[in-house]
Design a binder for this molecule. Sequence first.
Ligand SMILES: *Cc1c(COP(=O)(O)O)cnc(C)c1O
Length: 412
Amino acid sequence: MTPPLPGQTSLVQGTFPELNPPYRLLLGPGPCNVDPRVLRAASAPQLGHLDPFLLDMLGTIADQLRQVFQTQNELTLCVSGSGFAGAEAVLCNLLEEGDTLIAGSLGFFSGKIAEIAQRIGAHVILVESEPGQPLDPQQVAAAFARHPEAKLFATAIAETSTGLLQPLEELEQITHAHEALFVVDAVSGLGGIPINIEQMKIDACYAGSQKCLGALPGLAPVTLNAHAVEVIKRRRRPVQSYYLDLLALQRYWNGDHAYHHTACSNLLFAMHEALRIVLEEGLETRWQRHRLHGQALRAGLQTLGLTLLPRPGYELPVLTAVNLPPSVSENQLRQQLLTAYGIEVGGGLGSLKGHLLRIGLMGYNACRKNVETVLAALEQLLPSYGWPVQAGAALSAAATVYSQEDQASGHA
Ligand SMILES: *Cc1c(COP(=O)(O)O)cnc(C)c1O
């Protein structure tokens, strides 16, 4: 028998060592470490996708999601797939070939709305902002004036490529003044920043499981109001995607449970437990927790002499995008964080590649220990790039934020 070539695995004598994945502190833009309760829930024995216990659980998860989204929307469910599956589902159900939409692109993630819509065959009117800047509502209004036929406007509330929090109120008013649907990507926002579907008058929204909701990747919560459902029901042609057909998924989730595809019971167990944790903590408390730790992290980074990408006042609490000085190699710094500290953080995407760190504090990971861990690691690493830092200064700046918070809430 010829021995395998170097780098080639023998298919004959297949004994393979057990996998022991390293422990990582996942402080990138998601996935993030989940509460051990979620991992325990996920390890329960599987169920069939038509098991009465599982079908019952779908109803519970839909109710939990309605509370987290703050909506009564009947069509509230999880698409099998990650956040972009939610994006595809919402867009390919609402849009038909030849329809016009206005896509508000703030960067990589909300930019994908335009790409997905283009693949559907829709006519995309793109309104873009500079990296780290919010959308200009006047440009959106001008796009509607030129394209009164636009069926929907879509953007993200939390743009994870630039750490930007996009205010929605004016955009919603412009969209509804033109009788179009208001569609929002809340993939990284849901569970971490205030999102209230009914108050914000969002017609259709998609989210992600592995970011601030604190579940495992592979499920995308979506919610559509009656108006959006009506738009789907009035389609001239069937939805091009069988797998992402929302009315069929609604039947499986919230209707007569007719088989549509094999939903993964263990991901659903994890989602159920993650949502229980979100609701136990309470939405307001959870948003406040993300706000506090984001603020402490930013204070520490700025004390290191680093600047933030987003326009002041528009910083996303759950993901901080920090500019790197030219002398600091993004790639090497991220490697060092990973190998020396076991910390994963994100880098720049597209034109920002090589110049940015993206540090996420999402869900279970939004805590003081993680803020101080990543700041301490950066304090240690940055001087080797010729970027002097004052030892302990970043941690002190973060500590000041925490003690001010304690005083404000009377815990001092
Ligand atoms: C992460 C993210 C996505 C994509 O989600 P996946 O789970 O990677 O498919 C989309 N939009 C935003 C704003 C995100 O942060």
